[in-house]
Design a protein around this ligand. Structure first.
Ligand code: MOS
Length: 769
C-alpha cells in the first residue's frame, strides 16, 4: 500500500494487486475482505489507547419512576474501579432536548442518558462504572444498588389503543399517509368480493454481529477521537459537540468498520454519550461496550397492529383498499415510519383510505430496522392480497398482474422506472409457478404439507446530498473520500469500483476513504441510498478530476491536448487518449510529473436534481416466491426454496448486491418464523434478551436463495442509473412465507413470527380464510 496521506491510512482497504481495470456491473470481490478475515479491520471496541479505562453500564430494572438513591460503596471498593458515574456526578451537559437531536431524530425530545433521576423505560442506563479493566467494571456494575420509587407503567400496545394519536410529520424523509382518494368505505361495501383482516407484527430487536461500542481517545489537548459503531460519523459528531457544548473541531468521530447495523446505528446511541461523559470526567480514554443483553435496551422494531380491507369485482379488479396501522412509540418521541402508504402505491385502485397512529408507551423510542415500515406494512397488504385471491378463486400472481399500477395514483405521477412486471415474470418462470395447484392442501410429501407462496416488495429509491473528494497522487494512488459508512454492505468496494471505472484507473490503485467525520460531508448510511448518493458524488468528483487533468495536460509545452475538451478525450487504464487518435496519449501520473505536482485534488458536491425527481415516484420493486414445508403435527415450518427478483435499477456490483438481497431474505425468514422480543408487562420489561431465547435463523434454517436482478437503468434516481439495494431484500419475504403456509395447509396465520403454536392454532378451514 502507498504512503500515508491520512492519519488512519492503515485502516482504508485496497483491492489486491492484479485486479486491473474494472467496469460497473462487474462482480468485484470485497476490497475489505482480507482486512476483515485477518482481523486487521478494527471495530469500535478494538482501537487501542494509552491508559484506556473501561465503562460498564448499569441499567434500570423498573419501567417508570424515579431514582431515590444510588449506593456505590461496594462497587467503588472493587480493586481497579475508578469511579461510578450517574446523574449525580456526571460532567456538565446541556439540558435543552433540542441540543440532543441528531440529524434524523423524530419529533420530540431525545432520551438523555444520566440526565436526571427520571426512569422512563426498563433497561434505561442509570450508572456507568469506570474501571481499569473490563472485568472489574462488569463485576462492580453488579454491585451498584439503585433504589427507585416505581410508578405505574404501561407497555402494552393493545391496552393503549384507546389513546392512540396521529403523529406529527416532523421527521426528515417521512411522509404521512396521503389524503383518502375516492370513497373506500362505500366501495368496499359495494364490492362483490370482500376481505377484511387484522395483522400483527411482534417487537424485534437489533442483533448485528458487532455490539454497540464506543472508544473515546482523550488527546493531550483535550481533543476527542471517538471510534463509534454508527451509520453516520458526522451525525455523531454533531450530537456530541452540541450535547457537551464542545466546538466541532474538538471532536472527531470515526467508524472505518462497522459490523452490521441495519438501522441500529442511524441515531447516536447511549454508549456514545456515556463514553464521552466518562472521558471528560476522568480526562482519560474510555471504552464502553454493550453486552448482548444491553443490545435490547435502546430501541426496537415497533410492535404494530394493522387492519387491511380489500374489495374487488369478481374478475379481481380492486375497488377498495383500506389500510390502518397502530404502532407504539415512547413517551418522549414520536417515532414514525411509512407503514400504510405503500398500499396506495402498489396497485391500481380508485378508492383508498389509509390511517397511521401511535400509542405512547413507557418504552424506549422504536428505531429504524431494515426496511422500516415496509417490512410489516407491505407484509400485511400482501397477505391480504393472497387472502383476496383465495376468495376470488384466482391465482395470487394473476390478481397482482390484473391490478398492476402503471403509474402512482396516490400522487398522480409516473414511476421513474418500474420493472415489477419483469420481476413477476422472471420469478414465476424460475420458480415454476405455473405448476402451482390453485387449491391449498394440494401438495404433500409424506406427512409434510408443501406450499408455494409469493408476494410483492417495494422500497423507496432515494438520493440525498453529499460531497466527495478525488485526489490523484504522483505515486499513482487515486484517493477518493467522503464521510460515508460501510456497515458491511460493500461501500468500500463499490465506491472504489465506481471511481476506478469513472477514471479508467486500476482498482488496486484506488483507495476509498470513509468513516471519518472530518471527510467531505455525507449523510448517514440509511434508506438504501448510499450508492445513489455517495456513488454519484464519487463519479462526479472523478469526472471533475479528469477535467482538471485535461487542463493541466493542455498547458504542457506543445501539448497535443491543447485544444481538446472533455468530449475529445477518453480515460482508460491510467491513460488519457485523444478519441480521434488513440495513439496520442499521456499517462495521468505523467501529467502530474510534467506539471510538477505531487497531487491534483478536486471536491464535488452532489445535489439531487429535485425539480426533475419530484415529477416521478422513485421506488425499487421485487417479487418474492417461496416454498415451505409444514409439519402440521408439530406446527413447524421450513422454508425450502426462495426466488427473489429485484428491480433496483443498474447494479454496480452483482456480488455485493446479491449478498444484500440474500441478507434481506435471511431476515425476512427470521421475521416470518423466528424473531420476537416478548415483554412481561407486569414488569414492563423485555424478557428474552439473549440468544438462547431470542431466536434468529441459523444456517440450518436457510434454504437455497436465488437472486435475480432485472437491471433497468434509472437515470432519474441517480446519474449512475442505480436505485439502491439493501432494504428491498426483506420486503415481501414474510408475506410470501405466510402465503405459502396457507397454500400448504389452508391455515392462515396473520401474526409474525409464525411460530408453531400459531400455526397449530390458525384457522384450518381453507374455505373461511
Ligand atoms: Mo436502514 S433501517 O435505513 O439502516
Amino acid at each position: 500500500m502507498s504512503a500515508a496521506n491520512s492519519p488512519h491510512n492503515d485502516q482504508q482497504p485496497m483491492a489486491p494487486p492484479g485486479t486491473g481495470p474494472v467496469r460497473i456491473g462487474q462482480p468485484v470481490p470485497r476490497v475489505d475482505g482480507v482486512a476483515k478475515v485477518t482481523g486487521h479491520a478494527r471495530y469500535a471496541a478494538e482501537h487501542p489507547a494509552q491508559g484506556l479505562l473501561y465503562g460498564v453500564v448499569v441499567n434500570s430494572t423498573i419501567a417508570r419512576g424515579r431514582i431515590d438513591s444510588i449506593d456505590t460503596g461496594d462497587a467503588l471498593a472493587v480493586p481497579g474501579v475508578v469511579d461510578v458515574l450517574s446523574h449525580l456526578n456526571r460532567p456538565k451537559m446541556r439540558s435543552l432536548g433540542m441540543l440532543y437531536k441528531d440529524m434524523i431524530a423524530p419529533e420530540g425530545s431525545p432520551f438523555k442518558p444520566l440526565h436526571d433521576d427520571r426512569i422512563c423505560y426498563s433497561g434505561q442506563p442509570v450508572a456507568l462504572v469506570i474501571a481499569q479493566t473490563f472485568e472489574a467494571a462488569r463485576h462492580a456494575a453488579g454491585l451498584v444498588r439503585v433504589h427507585c420509587c416505581a410508578e405505574p407503567h404501561e407497555t402494552e400496545l393493545r391496552a393503549g389503543l384507546h389513546r392512540s394519536h396521529i403523529p406529527s410529520r416532523l421527521k426528515a424523509g417521512y411522509s404521512p399517509p396521503p389524503k383518502p382518494r375516492g370513497d373506500a368505505d362505500a366501495a368496499l361495501a359495494a364490492a362483490p368480493v370482500q376481505h377484511r383482516g387484522e395483522y400483527y407484527s411482534g417487537v424485534e430487536h437489533h442483533n448485528p454481529m458487532e455490539m454497540h461500542a464506543t472508544t473515546v481517545i482523550y488527546g493531550p489537548d483535550g481533543h476527542l477521537t471517538i471510534y463509534d459503531k454508527t451509520q453516520g460519523s458526522q451525525n455523531c459528531r454533531w450530537v456530541v459537540s452540541r450535547a457537551f457544548g464542545l466546538s466541532k473541531d474538538k471532536v472527531t468521530v470515526r467508524n472505518p468498520y462497522v459490523g452490521g447495523a441495519f438501522g441500529s446505528g442511524l441515531r447516536p446511541q447511549y454508549p456514545l454519550l456515556m463514553a464521552v461523559m466518562a472521558a471528560l470526567h476522568v480526562k482519560r480514554s474510555v471504552r464502553v461496550v454493550l453486552t448482548r443483553q444491553q443490545m435490547f435496551t435502546f430501541g426496537h422494531r415497533p410492535e404494530t397492529l394493522q387492519r387491511v380491507a380489500l374489495g374487488a369485482d369478481t374478475d379481481g379488479t380492486l375497488r377498495s383498499i383500506i389500510h390502518e396501522a397502530v404502532a407504539e412509540t415512547s413517551r418522549f418521541e414520536d417515532y414514525v415510519e411509512v407503514v400504510v402508504n405503500w398500499s396506495g402505491q402498489l396497485y391500481r385502485c380508485d378508492n383508498v383510505r389509509q390511517n397511521y397512529q401511535l400509542v405512547k408507551l413507557d418504552q424506549y423510542t422504536p428505531i429504524d430496522m431494515r426496511a422500516p415500515g415496509a417490512a410489516h406494512g407491505v407484509y400485511a397488504l400482501e397477505v391480504a392480497m393472497d387472502e383476496l385471491a383465495h376468495r376470488l378463486g384466482m391465482d395470487p400472481l394473476a390478481l397482482r398482474l390484473k391490478n398492476y399500477a402503471e403509474h402512482d395514483a396516490a400522487k398522480g405521477l409516473p414511476f421513474s422506472t418500474k420493472a415489477l412486471r419483469t420481476c413477476y415474470e422472471r420469478g414465476a418462470e424460475r420458480f415454476g409457478w405455473a405448476q402451482r395447484p390453485l387449491a391449498p392442501r394440494s401438495m404433500r410429501d409424506g406427512r409434510v404439507w408443501v406450499g408455494w407462496g409469493m408476494a410483492t416488495g417495494t422500497w423507496d429509491a432515494s438520493q440525498m446530498f453529499a460531497r466527495a473528494r478525488a485526489r490523484l497522487q504522483a505515486d499513482g494512488v487515486l484517493v477518493v473520500s467522503s464521510a460515508a459508512t460501510d456497515i458491511g454492505t460493500g461501500t468500500y468496494t463499490v465506491m472504489a469500483q465506481i471511481a476506478a471505472a469513472a477514471m479508467g484507473w486500476p482498482l488496486e490503485q484506488v483507495r476509498f476513504e470513509l468513516g471519518d467525520s472530518t471527510l467531505p460531508v455525507a449523510p448517514v448510511e440509511g434508506g438504501s441510498s448510499h450508492v445513489t448518493t455517495i456513488g454519484s458524488a464519487v463519479e462526479g468528483a472523478c469526472e471533475k478530476l479528469q477535467k482538471t487533468l485535461l487542463k493541466e495536460a493542455a498547458r504542457l509545452p506543445q501539448s497535443p491536448f491543447a485544444k481538446a475538451t472533455a468530449a475529445h478525450v477518453i480515460f482508460e487504464n491510467g491513460w488519457m487518449r485523444l478519441r480521434s487518435d488513440p495513439a496520442v496519449a499521456i499517462r495521468l501520473t505523467d501529467i502530474l510529473a510534467c506539471a510538477g505536482k505531487a497531487a491534483l485534488e478536486v471536491t464535488y458536491l452532489l445535489l439531487p436534481n429535485m425539480l426533475k425527481q419530484k415529477k416521478y415516484v422513485r421506488a425499487t420493486h421485487s417479487a418474492v416466491f417461496c416454498e415451505v414445508r409444514v409439519d402440521e403435527d408439530f406446527g413447524t415450518v421450513r422454508v425450502t426454496r426462495v426466488v427473489s427478483v429485484v428491480d433496483a435499477g443498474r447494479i454496480i456490483n452483482p456480488k455485493t448486491a446479491r449478498s444484500q438481497v440474500i441478507g434481506g431474505v435471511v431476515w425476512g425468514i427470521s421475521q416470518a418464523l423466528h424473531e420476537e422480543t416478548l415483554a412481561d408487562h407486569r414488569l414492563g420489561r423485555f424478557m428474552n434478551h439473549n440468544y438462547a431465547e431470542y431466536h434468529i435463523p441459523v444456517n440450518a434454517d436457510m434454504p437455497e436463495v436465488e437472486v435475480i436482478f432485472t437491471e433497468e437503468e434509472d437515470r432519474i434516481v441517480s446519474r449512475l442509473g442505480a436505485k439502491g439495494v439493501g432494504e428491498i431484500g426483506i420486503v415481501g419475504v414474510a408475506a410470501a412465507i405466510s402465503n405459502a403456509i396457507f397454500h400448504a395447509t389452508g391455515r392462515r396465520v396473520r401474526s409474525t413470527p409464525m411460530t408453531p403454536d400459531k400455526v397449530m392454532a390458525a384457522e384450518g378451514n381453507a374455505d373461511t380464510a
